[in-house]
Design a protein around this ligand. Structure first.
Ligand code: NAI
Length: 704
């Protein structure tokens, strides 16, 4: 039995050192003629192998393609020995088994998985812009069939233990305490029947697919990939090509082809950007939100949610889904009833049946309480306020909640724009108060901004961060101020789209420029989604705060005056059906809104997509440099994490600052030169000039 247990690490990661040691063990075992079988297991509870060491990958970025191919060959020839040694090899998998770990496992003769919720099996390489490079694309389809392999490798989603078994990739699932016994049984059985030798033979041959079958699978999968990636993520297509074209080869040749395939994606800009996103999220998982390690986070079990509207019900649903108890309240009885129903539906929603899961609903319902005001919310560890965005109402309810809260409880506001320190002015204990800003829709959006007011304590911040993580979110801690981080950066971008409209740039040109840059939708459609009335209201805070670089556009009030509020009533800049359907209809150009826009549009010179992209994203970048100069974030990486997971900034660009680093700050300054005529909002900031002059990137060097 070979137990992988990397010292000083929470999970096994396949580093070069680990592979070397693995090789030494195989060398010494290979000549052991008395051995019946080798069981490869993990000494880490909850993980078998979490993948290859990405830091070593990053260190190899920029190496010639022959080096990449030889790195791939090294791992693959080592693992291939597991299917050549004179004894049965069994991977005993309890916990996560992905990437390089799944490749090691598919080279074993047999795999057994445990019925542990943590057990997952998969090839997520495409999510970081790569394809499996240690024989995964050659070996997996020969074991579980080409269709299954295409879905797993091109999609990148890991499978549960039961699904891994169903797809024919493993035996089980067995109880975790039966894993070793089951593996030993499997060794005995394989030796007795000799089945592993027959499998070795058949898994080394080409895959029995006709040309038509291959063409059909290739075409349908390619269409699906194109739909999902819009051509902006090349790795799934390279993986598909690899799988389809290697089907007619034997496993050895398929492996050689795989090494060529990986050298096509390794170190490309998209690969580098996606690896950066991986590091951003990984860093976020470890970040407690405070610098000192001795600050405790209080456990939160009972949460009060005041305000049962769109956000309150979403927040309550997220808490219920994560096993917490919730007390809900709203000044309006009808709103409360609706909010409670929405929270229950949300928390018991089952994606497979696209509706409420009855058993889940019964489990959740006793944890939800209906209350008739802040005073009767009872003993809560934390209350999140999500009432209307009005400073007077918020101050009043926060004061009332505070007076009803037990000692030691925490208080938070979900405000999207009002500075936390202003809300804290009327509180007795502002140290226990902070912003916890969820994004809409709460169920889908991973980002949460934890806002530290002037007097918020470290314990409150650490507690809010741990609480958001318990809900499965990615919290970033940001300083106080108008729009906090994400809305502050979003605003110049959106506002610039109205400036472009006023210069006569057509709506479609703006939208296409944004989506071809990689945004999930254009800024104009985003206005419709936010709601044009809400956008005017939120805008006031930003205009007040930054009058020299943002000016109110007359277009929004004119549209609202014409009864066009956005998606919520089916018409804004675009038309969306009658607004009665819950599902958002596709936006259609609309003659009335166009005539309103035309009223304010001057005829300007035509702009191409690149020019429009610069106009949209440079104001956002300049605002980010101001945010950095003000110290609003604790780390530059929080800006990129916030934008990717808060507004859908394209992951394949690695984040706004990562993108700017790739472009190069001197080039950014060049791009800004002809835009100076637009005034302060497009003038280089002192921070940008200083960094460009010193040739310093936003991101710290790998060694820092
Ligand atoms: P909403 O209008 O859907 O819900 C607000 C609820 O508060 C209503 O049900 C209302 O009856 C209730 N309410 C009003 N005064 C109250 C009082 N004195 N006591 C108790 N309940 C009272 O609004 P939404 O969109 O849920 O927004 C709530 C908060 O979340 C606001 O601060 C907003 O800025 C913030 N937010 C909104 C986002 C969005 O996309 N809608 C995103 C992130 C934050």
């Amino acid at each position: 039995m070979l137990v992988l247990d990397q010292p000083d690490k929470g999970a096994n990661i396949l580093s070069r050192g680990m592979l070397d040691e693995f090789e030494r063990h195989l060398d010494s075992l290979a000549s052991d003629v008395g051995l019946a079988g080798l069981i490869v297991a993990s000494g880490k509870p909850g993980t078998f192998i979490a993948g290859a060491d990405l830091r070593e990958f990053v260190a190899s970025f920029g190496t010639p393609s022959e080096t990449v191919e030889s790195l791939s060959r090294r791992g693959r020839t080592l693992f291939a020995r597991l299917a050549q040694v004179p004894f049965v090899t069994v991977a005993a998998i309890d916990g996560i088994c992905v990437g390089g770990g799944a490749e090691l496992a598919v080279w074993c003769d047999r795999r057994i998985v445990t019925a542990n919720d943590k057990t997952q099996f998969g090839f997520p390489e495409v999510k970081i812009g790569l394809i499996p490079g240690w024989g995964g694309t050659a070996r997996a389809p020969r074991i579980c069939g080409l269709g299954n392999a295409v879905e797993m490798i091109c999609g990148g989603e890991p499978l549960s233990a039961a699904e891994t078994v169903r797809r024919g990739l493993a035996i089980g699932p067995v109880a975790p305490d039966r894993l070793l016994a089951a593996a030993i049984d499997e060794v005995r059985e394989s030796v007795r029947t000799g089945s592993f030798l027959r499998d070795r033979e058949s898994w080394s041959r080409p895959i029995a697919y006709s040309e038509q079958e291959l063409a059909f699978l290739g075409a349908t999968a390619a269409a699906e990939i194109q739909g999902q990636t819009r051509g902006q993520y090349p790795a799934p297509s390279v993986a598909l090509e690899q799988l389809i074209e290697s089907a007619a080869l034997d496993v050895e040749q398929a492996c050689i082809k795989e090494s060529e395939g990986i050298s096509r994606v390794f170190g490309t800009p998209v690969n580098r950007a996606l690896v950066n996103v991986f590091f951003l999220t990984d860093r976020n998982k470890k970040d407690r939100g405070v610098e000192r390690s001795d600050v405790p986070a209080s456990p939160i079990e009972r949460v009060g949610v005041l305000g049962a509207g769109l956000m309150g019900s979403g927040i309550a649903g997220a808490n219920l889904r994560s096993g917490l108890s919730v007390a809900m309240s709203d000044a309006n009885g009808t709103a409360l009833e609706k909010g409670i129903r929405a929270a229950l539906e949300d928390a018991s929603f089952d994606r497979r049946v696209k509706g409420v899961h009855a058993a889940k609903l019964l489990e959740i319902a006793p944890r939800l309480r209906w209350t008739d005001g802040p005073a009767s919310m009872g003993p809560c560890d934390l209350v999140v306020e999500a009432v209307v965005e009005n400073i007077h109402v918020k101050r009043q309810v926060l004061e009332r909640i505070e007076s009803a809260l037990p000692d030691g409880a925490f208080l938070a506001s979900n405000t999207s724009t009002i500075p936390i320190s202003r809300l804290a002015e009327s509180l007795r204990d502002p140290e226990r108060f902070c912003g916890i800003h969820f994004f809409n829709p709460v169920r889908r959006m991973k980002l949460v901004e934890v806002i530290r007011g002037a007097r918020t304590s470290d314990t409150t911040v650490a507690t809010a961060v741990a609480y958001a993580k318990r809900l499965g979110k990615m919290p970033i801690v940001v300083g106080d101020g108008p729009g906090f981080l994400v809305n502050r950066l979003l605003f110049p971008y959106m506002s610039e789209s109205l400036e472009l409209l006023a210069e006569g740039v057509p709506i479609q040109t703006i939208e296409r420029a944004a989506t071809s840059f990689g945004m999930p939708m254009g800024p104009i459609e985003l206005y419709d989604m936010v709601g044009l009335d809400t956008a005017i209201y939120a805008g006031l805070t930003m205009f007040d705060a930054f009058p020299t670089r943002i000016r109110p556009s007359p277009i929004l009030p004119a549209l609202v005056k014409a009864g066009r509020l956005g998606q919520k009533n089916g018409k804004g800049f675009f038309a969306y059906g009658d607004g009665s359907s819950k599902k958002a209809a596709r936006p259609r150009p609309d003659a009335q809104s166009q005539s309103i826009v035309d009223r304010y549009a001057k005829a300007g010179p035509p702009l191409d997509a690149t020019a429009v992209q610069r106009r949209l994203f440079l104001p956002m970048l300049l605002e980010a440099t101001r945010v950095l100069a003000e110290g609003l974030v604790r780390d530059v990486r929080d800006v990129d994490l916030g934008l990717i997971f808060g507004i859908g900034f394209p992951a394949f660009r690695g984040g706004l600052l990562f993108w700017a680093d790739q472009v190069g700050l001197p080039t950014v300054l060049e791009w800004l030169k002809p835009l100076a005529e637009h005034g302060e909002r497009l003038l280089p900031t002192p921070k940008l000039i200083e960094m460009a002059e010193q040739n310093r990137p936003f991101y710290p060097k790998a060694s820092e």
